[in-house]
Design a protein around this ligand. Structure first.
Ligand code: DCP
Ligand code: CA
Ligand code: CA
Length: 638
């Protein structure tokens, strides 16, 4: 962003977006953040000297425990392709080289070439704003098949360095290069240089790499010498702690705009190391899981073991459309969603017992309504029985998004489930006869956030099924899951010596009775899929049959792009979902030949392949210009 006239960019964006629904919603969110800040400040003011010295001890113990888990024996490399979509397009059409290029549409830009970025044009920005900032901006429509193709080529290279590499999006992956360095007697610098040049050789594209003792830091490092560069942080404690001492917290995956504001405005924290200085307050004001995460960040700790294949815990699909209050249209969309969900569940031989309906109103308010079913279900008809009830209770309402999510899953392939199958048949007949009766499903409502359940619902006793998995009510332990990329392995909430939540009531923020970092079921989706022996975090183009499916894999990785956002950061998650919503529309527009791009702006495509997408069906119904989440990205970059 050097050399960009930030003030001018901000002014143009402000002028062009003010008055929009996005803008109003943004203001509403800001007001909520302000409220949270005020509340936390009040909580902080209430802490007595005794409280503070108590939490100082809690924090010291935690830090000792975390420090003891530090593992410096692994070398992680994070790679990220440079201006990925734009670079692919330039490769395919060299006449675009050197031009300010945007991949996307007038509604939304997916990425911009570095030449265009100099004008302030960037990802998630509506194209019409891009044009205002850079009058010579050239557009290319996205071609996802092409990006998948090049992504596959990079993965073949990754395979040579770490057969268990973890791909987190089309253009990003984590590689444990410890073994390859030892086996071949090469330094980590050599490994990184070699890998980058192999990628260049195989694809003609450049990438950047970061090397560090854990994934969290490796990701930060890959951004340091971008584009076409690398940065290696030595595997020693001092190097890591020095590195984080001045590192702005926002650089850490999982710390979004809201968290950044809370930490800064309530505790004056801007750098990672300041987390340690304010450790007592973090323990006093935040949930144990969040405090653990923050302290890990302060110590520069992050995931070091290769994440294991974990069992899927939820399945969902959602759909965006032009805002409508037409009931028959809404029920029709619900029907489609139920069909999609049923298809997916049946393909994976899964049945579930908790169905959640997610709604986004015309004014961007998100509501969720959940219901528990008597039996495990996965047919469209069964899903619809419950889904229709949930939706009916909300109408009349103007909606722009609907989603269905099934959790409390059971694998039908699992032989231990066979007995239950028999019971299912029993329950099915029970359900059919009691559909409208007093024994119908229990319904739990939440609104204003992306909260899929309340504890009341999750406490309904399915202990038998949940044994061995993390229960929805157990949000305290989420940051401690071994699979978590951010948190050192081997940590477990049982090992925490002091239970902060019971020792002091002030960890609740009191806003709507919710704990500040309260977890919700959107973060329970553990959807990790193993392909070809290595772990692939799946994304829209490579492995999901429903490109509009949005899940949080392993509770922190976005299934669509690999962005990492730990549980508890619900607002950031919401913003992130909004971003995909916008992205999706952009894709839909890309397959709509009647798009608004004028011919002279649209770069010629040398060998165009039209993406085959189910979304073709819906391209007509999507007309509004979504600029959600754009400001989030913008604020981060400015
Ligand atoms: N992408 C998108 N919409 C966004 C962000 C990204 O569609 N809001 C797509 C286009 C990008 C690709 O994902 O090319 C990878 O995203 P990155 O954030 O890694 O950005 P780039 O690779 O484009 O640029 P950089 O060189 O900064 O990594
Ligand atoms: Ca990336
Ligand atoms: Ca990239």
């Amino acid at each position: 962003m050097e050399g960009v006239d930030k003030e001018k960019v901000q002014k143009v964006i402000y002028e062009m977006s003010k008055g929009s629904k996005y803008f109003e919603n943004e203001q509403r969110k800001e007001a909520i953040t302000k409220q949270k800040v005020e509340h936390l400040r009040a909580q902080r003011a209430k802490l007595t000297d005794n409280d503070i010295s108590h939490f100082q001890k809690v924090a010291e113990n935690k830090i000792l425990e975390l420090e003891a888990s530090r593992d410096l024996s692994k070398i992680w490399l994070h790679t990220d392709m440079d201006a990925f979509y734009a670079a692919v397009e330039i490769l395919e059409n060299p006449s675009l080289k050197g031009k300010p290029l945007a991949v996307g549409s007038m509604s939304m830009i997916a990425t911009a070439s570095y030449e265009a970025r100099k004008f302030g044009v960037r990802a998630a920005m509506p194209g019409f704003i891009g044009c205002r900032l850079c009058p010579d901006l050239v557009f290319v429509r996205p071609n996802f098949e092409r990006y998948s193709y090049y992504s596959e080529l990079t993965r073949k290279v990754f395979q040579r360095y770490d057969p268990n590499f973890v791909a987190t999006s089309l253009d990003e992956a984590y590689l444990n290069i410890t073994k390859v360095c030892i086996d071949r007697g090469i330094t980590v610098e050599e490994a990184a240089t070699e890998l980058r040049s192999a990628i260049h050789q195989e694809t003609g594209l450049t990438c950047s790499a970061g090397v560090a003792p854990n994934r969290m830091i490796a990701k930060v490092c890959s951004d340091i010498n971008k584009p076409n560069g690398q940065f290696v942080l030595p595997n020693d404690r001092e190097a890591v702690t020095t590195f984080v001492s001045t590192l702005p917290i926002r650089k850490i995956g999982g710390i979004g705009k809201v968290t950044e504001q809370l930490l800064h405005q309530v505790l004056g924290i801007s750098t990672c190391q300041e987390m340690l200085q304010k450790a007592a307050f973090l323990c006093a004001l935040f949930s144990e899981s969040s405090a653990d995460f923050f302290l890990s960040v302060g110590l520069g700790l992050g995931g070091t073991d290769t994440p294991e294949h974990t069992q899927r815990k939820s399945m969902s699909c959602e759909r965006t459309f032009r805002a409508t209050d037409d009931c028959s249209l809404l029920f029709e969309k619900l029907d489609n969603l139920a069909e999609n969900l049923a298809d997916d569940m049946q393909k994976e031989c899964l049945k579930g017992r908790t169905l959640t309906l997610k709604l986004k109103t015309a004014s961007f308010e998100v509501r969720t309504r959940a219901t528990t079913t008597q039996n495990y279900i996965n047919s469209k008809e069964d899903i619809l029985i419950y889904a229709r009830k949930l939706l009916k209770a909300e109408l009349p309402l103007s909606l722009r998004l609907m989603g269905l999510r099934m959790s409390h899953l059971r694998d039908e392939k699992d032989s231990s489930a066979q007995t239950q199958k028999t019971l299912d048949i029993f329950f099915r007949s029970y359900d059919n006869t009691n559909d409208n009766g007093a024994n119908g499903p229990s319904i739990t409502n939440t609104s204003g956030g992306d909260n899929y359940y309340t504890n009341a619902l999750t406490e309904v006793n399915y202990v038998e099924h949940d044994a061995g998995t993390v229960d929805s009510t157990d949000h305290q332990s989420f940051f401690l899951l071994e699979e978590n990329l951010f948190v050192p392995e081997g940590r477990n909430s049982d090992r925490c010596s002091i239970d902060v939540s019971s020792s002091n009531p002030c960890i609740c923020d009191g806003l709507g009775g919710k704990e500040l970092d309260e977890d919700t079921s959107s973060s329970k989706g553990t959807d990790t899929v193993k392909f070809d022996g290595h772990l692939t975090i799946y994304n829209a183009t490579t492995s999901s049959s429903k490109p509009d499916q949005h899940l949080w894999i392993d509770d922190y990785i976005c299934s669509l792009c690999g962005f990492e956002l730990p549980p508890g950061f619900e607002e950031e998650r919401q913003e992130h979902s909004d971003f995909h919503l916008a992205e999706k529309l952009q894709q839909e527009e890309a397959v709509d030949s009647t798009g608004p791009l004028s011919k002279d702006r649209l770069a010629e495509r040398p060998c165009s392949t039209t993406p085959t997408s189910k979304k073709l069906k819906s391209s007509k119904e999507v007309k509004h210009i979504p600029i959600d989440a754009f400001f989030d990205k913008l604020n981060k970059n400015l």
